[in-house]
Design a protein around this ligand. Structure first.
Ligand code: NDP
Length: 281
C-alpha cells in the first residue's frame, strides 16, 4: 500500500501529508465519501463546523472499521463562535458530533480581524486550553496572515502548530508560507487544485502528458514536493484514488519552476482575502 509521508508538528505529533477534505460534500454523501477514502488508504480527514458534516464524518470513520488511532482528524471553529464561552461549547459539540473523545487538530477557521473588536487572541487562548487538556492533539489556525500570527506570538505563549491557507499554482501565497516556515508552523494548502481551476492550464497539461499522469496528480505532486500538507476533496471514486497515487513519480527542478511560474498573484485567489473577510453567519 502507498506510504503517505508524515510531517512532524512543533509539539512532536505527526500529521499525514496527504488527507481528504470534505468541504462542500453534502451531509447525506459524507459518510460514504469518508468511508471510501479510508478504504483507498487516506488516514487524515479535514472537516469544519461550518461544513455541516461532522456527524457524518464520524459515521464514516466508524463504518470504515479503521482503528481511531490510525486516523488524523481535523476540525475548525465556526466564525460565529469566537468568544471564549461560545468556542468552548462549540468545541464540545464538535467532539460529540464526531463521536470522538479527542481530535488531532482544531483550528480557528478565519481570523476575522474586523469582527469581535479585532480580538482573535482570546479565541486562540481558548483553543490552547483544548490542547492542554488533551481533547485536541494539537491546535492551530487557518487563513492567518503574518501580522495576525505576530500578534499571537507577542500576546500568548503558544505558536500555532499549523496555518491552513489557500495555496495552489495560481496563488502560491509565498509570503505567508515563508512566515510559517520561518516560525515552525506547518503550512496546510487548501483548495490545492483551486477547486479544479488549474486543471485546464496548458502548462500543467503538457507536463501531465509528458509524465503520463493526470493534471491533478501533477499539481498535487508539486504541493507534496514543496512540503505542504494537502487534502484534496472529491466525491468521484476514480479521482479519490487518483489523488492518492502521488508517490511513485517525481517532478524535476525545471518542472517545479515551470509550475511556480504560473503564479498570478492576488488575482489568482479562489477564496476571500483574510484581511477583509468578515462573514460571521
Ligand atoms: P480542491 O482544490 O480540493 O478541489 C475540489 C474540486 O476539484 C471538486 O470540484 C472536485 O470534483 C474536483 N476534483 C478533485 N479531484 C479531481 C481530479 N483528480 N480531477 C478532476 N477534478 C477533481 O478544493 P476544496 O476547496 O475542496 O479544497 C480542499 C479542502 O481544503 C476542502 O475540502 C477543505 O477541507 C479545505 N478548505 C479549507 C478552507 C479554509 O478556509 N480553511 C477553504 C477551502 C477548502 P468532484 O468532487 O466532483 O470529484
Amino acid at each position: 500500500m502507498t506510504q503517505v509521508p508524515n510531517i512532524t508538528l512543533s509539539n512532536g505529533n505527526t500529521i499525514p501529508q496527504l488527507g481528504f477534505g470534505v468541504f462542500q460534500i453534502e451531509p447525506a454523501d459524507t459518510a460514504a465519501a469518508v468511508r471510501s477514502a479510508l478504504e483507498v488508504g487516506y488516514r487524515h480527514i479535514d472537516t469544519a463546523q461550518m461544513y455541516g458534516n461532522e456527524k457524518e464524518v464520524g459515521e464514516g470513520i466508524r463504518d470504515s472499521g479503521v482503528p481511531r488511532d490510525e486516523i488524523f482528524v481535523t476540525s475548525k471553529l465556526n466564525n460565529k463562535f469566537h468568544e471564549p464561552a461560545a468556542a468552548r461549547e462549540a468545541f464540545a459539540t464538535t467532539l460529540s458530533d464526531l463521536g470522538l473523545d479527542h481530535i488531532d487538530l482544531f483550528l480557528i477557521h478565519w481570523p476575522l480581524p474586523t469582527q469581535y473588536g479585532g480580538d482573535f487572541v482570546s479565541t486562540w487562548q481558548t483553543l490552547i486550553e483544548f490542547g492542554k487538556d488533551g481533547r485536541s492533539g494539537a491546535v492551530g489556525v487557518s487563513n492567518f496572515q503574518p501580522e495576525h500570527l505576530e500578534r499571537l506570538a507577542a500576546e500568548t505563549d503558544l505558536v500555532p502548530a499549523v496555518n491552513q491557507i489557500e495555496v495552489h499554482p495560481y496563488f502560491p501565497n509565498e509570503s505567508v508560507r515563508k512566515y510559517n516556515n520561518d516560525h515552525g508552523i506547518v503550512t496546510e494548502a487548501w483548495s490545492p487544485i483551486a477547486q479544479g481551476d488549474v486543471l485546464s492550464d496548458p502548462v500543467i497539461n503538457q507536463i501531465a502528458g509528458q509524465l503520463g499522469k493526470s493534471a491533478a496528480q501533477v499539481v498535487l505532486r508539486w504541493h507534496v514536493q514543496r512540503g505542504d500538507v494537502i487534502f484534496p476533496k472529491s466525491v468521484t471514486p476514480k479521482r479519490v484514488q487518483e489523488n492518492f497515487d502521488l508517490f511513485d513519480f517525481e517532478l524535476d527542478d525545471a518542472t517545479m519552476r515551470a509550475i511556480d511560474a504560473l503564479d498570478k498573484g492576488v488575482a489568482g485567489r479562489r477564496g476571500p482575502d483574510p484581511d477583509t473577510f468578515d462573514w460571521v453567519g
